[in-house]
Every structure is written in C-alpha cells, then in structure tokens.
Design a protein around this ligand. Sequence first.
Ligand code: GLU
Length: 318
Amino acid sequence: MSDDKQQENTWNYLNENLTQWVMESKSHSMEGNVASYIPELANAPKDILGICIMDSQGQTALSGDHDFRFTLQSISKVFTLILALMDRGEEVVFSKVGMEPTGDDFNSMLKLELVEPGIPFNPLINAGAIAISSLIAGNSPAEQTDRMLHFFRDIADNSTLDINLDVHQSESDTAHRNRSLAYFLKDNGVLDQQVDDVLEVYFSHCSVEATCTDLARMALVLAHNGVDPIRKKQIIPRRFVQIAKTFMFTCGMYNASGEFAMNVGLPAKSGVSGGILSMVPGRYGIGVVGPALNRKGNSTAGVHLLGTLSQKFDWSLF
Ligand code: GLU
C-alpha cells in the first residue's frame, strides 16, 4: 500500500473512532480536580474533554468539547522559550536557566537556594518561565506582551488570539508564590528588570485564551520542526524547536514526564487549565483539554486519551 493510502486509512480510522475513545476517557475526569489556586480557573466544568488533531494539510479530527475556551497557562512557556531563543540566542537564555528536570513541584523555590548557581533548573518550571519572560524583546512590559501576542497569533495562524483579562487579574491577585520566586530570582541576579514588570509579561502569556484547535495548529508547526506546513513557511528555526521539544519530553508534564514518556511517548506540555499540547512529529499537531487535574497537575482524562491514541496508532517515539 502506498504511503498516502496508508495515511488516508489511518485518518479515516481515527475519525471513525475518536468520539468513542473520548467518551471512554471522559469518565477519568471524575478522578481529578479543577485547579483552584487561581480562583478564575475554578469556574471550568470538571467533566469536559475535547480534542483536535490536525494534519499537515490543515484537516482536523475534532471531538468532545473541542470548542471549550481555556487559558494556555504553562503551555505558553514552550512558546515564550522559543521567542526568547529567537530574541536573545542560546547563550544568553542558558545563562539564565538550566537544562534539567527538577523532580520538585512546578512552583518550588527549593533548588534556587540549594543549588549553585541560583538559576532555575529549566524554562518550564515557574521560576524558569519568569526568567524567560524577562528575555522577550521590548522596552516595556507592554511592548514585550505585544511581541509575545503577535508571535503566538502567527504560530496559531489566528489573529484573534488574546489575553483573558479576568484570568490575568485573578493570577495577579493570587500570585504570592510567583512573586516570591521572582524576588528570589532578582536577588540572585537573574532578572534585569523590576519584578512587577517581568511578572506582568508572565501573567499575560499564561492568560492567553485558546481552543483545542489553536493548540493543535501551534503544535503542528513544532511537529514540522518550525515550518508551517499549511502556509509553507519557516516560522521558527529548527534548532529552537529541537530545544523546545527536548524540554517537553523531559519536563513538559511536570513530575509525571517520565511516566508520560513511557505510556504515551510524545513531546507534550500541559497547563493547570487542563490543556495539553502534543504532536506526532512530522505528522499531526494535537490539542486536548480536560480541566480536571491529577495530583501531578495533568488532565486526568486528557492523559488517558493521549495514552489510548498512542497505543492504537503506535505513536510512541521509543
Ligand atoms: N500561571 C500558572 C502559574 O504561574 C501556570 C502554572 C501551570 O500551568 O503550570 O501558577
């Protein structure tokens, strides 16, 4: 059978069965809880699950609550990392953050004091992402936020992508832990700007609102090493996508990244809103949302659904 025919068969099989798999995974949302430490996130319904899988022609397989709107939260950190790499280069970025998983919670400050030099272990934990926010080009938080939004809109090919101001406010009002991390970073010489200015950019990128289709579209560019296969243009240098995907593998799913690599085997990044961005390299971009989270902070139903898909289609890269 030709490659094209095989791909068509896979796509048809996926479309025929996706809703059934979503229904099966949806029951797992009852095992989790919606994040409430950012009060606005607690409004999300617990029992929803949606997915979009996009192929390189832009065809979508959609199922469940795929049009539910949620904020990117930590998923945004993948793209701010890429933007900082594009704006400042590898050397500057890796003078501010390390390359290793922590084994600690995403908002922990433990290692900032315990391990020399006092830079965050990686760009996907909160401390690392706050350091990365400070590196986005611009002379003010407003300019940096503007640059971030334009970049996100370009990758998502969606000029309407915007910040959810209620979530932004809610994050800012309750960011005691993130403020502590940022002051710690400032004291360690990691941040050049004022703490509040850096946090303003950080809250903004975490509060960008999207759907599963936006996530899948953004993931598609990463799946094709920085080239948008639909508009046929290179948006991100390949090397920076390689760096981003490596971090997604090693620390994209919080302290369950090893387990996810073993059971699903795809690069992925989750956020506390219940979103998961993943991809089948060279083929599909994937966006999932299921706001009920397990104790490690990942969507219970979303992880289950990605596990099912990976098994059915033998997607694991290992
Ligand atoms: N804005 C969230 C925070 O800073 C992001 C956390 C996450 O999604 O992991 O706590």
